[in-house]
Design a protein around this ligand. Sequence first.
Ligand code: FES
Length: 75
Amino acid sequence: MIVCHCRGVTDRAIQEAVRGGARGLAEVTARCGAGGRCGGCRPLVELVVRLELEASGRAEAAPAAALAARVAAAS
Ligand code: FES
């Protein structure tokens, strides 16, 4: 799915950036461009980064309610 429409960046590209070592929005933007233009996608980019970090064990899992709040805020 396209997360950043300005740059045409998918969730998979963001996940790849995280797997490649990116740990936050700025590093993901540097690697794949997501979030580097209008900024409207940044909450969703940050969510994808967080979920990928959690999935890879590089961040503690957030409670489900906190994730739901982030998704609601991003949409
Ligand atoms: S939608 Fe991602 S920078 Fe505009």
